[in-house]
Design a protein around this ligand. Structure first.
Ligand code: NAP
Length: 247
């Protein structure tokens, strides 16, 4: 049975991915940090369509909470076979003069350390050397890892550069263990993350500058993630799919 953990699945890209995975037959774990009501609504949506899902509150930047979450999944569904490292944060748009160590470390703790911790716990359960049957991991990076997000959030962009390097290195490290590791790099997707940067309407501001002249929908990113996790992508590892309207 396919069992998927989607971090940060109470809204946005994670929510769309969790719903699509459930439609595709996965038992789904909807991880969230704060918004229990939103996570419960995702669970209700999945249940109403006949799918199986549970919600687990855990801060992915906290090692003990991540470890406890994986044990809870073991007990509820069995060991994960698919991981979507999706939960990510950014803060108010600014230039480098405004970046404090506290802010930078906070971004890195969630966007980088959190991804590492979830990969570690997933590999312990998926790897053939631990008695697992293999699995697949998709790390949600960003077009910002290529573009750098100048004047907006270079700290966030740098965290996504680290995610890309994690994806490349881990894909080789665990390839012989039956685990595929790939990345998606969304660009300008209509979600609430842009409000965290102080510009809720950011996608509409930049959309005319994109080759495709429009922003993307969370469901379009979810399709790529679910394909990369699936057996249809069985020979794909260490790859990146850009979902940025041609940018
Ligand atoms: P979003 O709408 O802001 O949703 C973020 C989700 O992450 C929420 O479910 C939130 O849960 C959860 N979360 C935040 N910090 C967490 C933590 N420490 N532990 C566990 N969960 C946490 O974001 P999104 O736009 O869907 O982005 C999803 C991913 O795509 C991120 O990695 C982001 O960097 C990437 N991305 C997005 C875009 C875009 O244009 N939207 C572009 C490129 C890349 P609570 O609500 O419970 O706090």
């Amino acid at each position: 049975m396919a069992i998927a953990l989607v971090t940060g699945a109470s809204r946005g890209i994670g929510k769309a991915t969790a719903i699509l995975l459930a439609q595709s037959g996965y038992k789904v774990v909807v991880n969230y940090q704060r918004n229990k009501q939103a996570a419960d609504e995702v669970i209700s949506t999945i249940h109403a369509a006949g799918g199986e899902a549970i919600a687990i509150k855990a801060d992915i930047a906290d090692e003990l909470q991540v470890m406890a979450m994986f044990v809870e999944i073991d007990n509820a569904f069995g060991p994960v076979t698919a991981l979507v490292n999706n939960a990510g944060i950014l803060f108010q748009q600014s230039t480098i003069e405004e970046l404090t160590a506290e802010r930078i470390n906070c971004v890195l703790a969630t966007n980088v350390t959190g991804y590492f911790l979830c990969c570690r716990e997933a590999v312990k359960r998926m790897a053939i050397r631990y008695g697992g049957n293999g699995g697949a991991i998709v790390n949600v990076s960003s077009a910002a890892s290529r573009l750098g997000a100048p004047g907006e959030y270079v700290d966030y962009a740098a965290s996504k550069g680290a995610v890309d390097t994690l994806t490349t290195g881990l894909s080789v490290e665990v390839a012989a263990q039956g685990i595929r590791v790939n990345g998606v790099r969304p660009g300008f997707i209509y979600t609430e993350i842009h409000a965290s940067g102080g510009e809720a309407g950011r996608v509409d501001r930049v959309k005319d500058l994109l080759p495709m002249k429009r922003g993307g929908q969370p469901e379009e990113v979810a399709q790529a993630i679910v394909w990369l996790l699936s057996d249809k992508a069985s020979y794909v590892t260490g790859s990146f799919l850009d979902l940025a309207g041609g940018k």
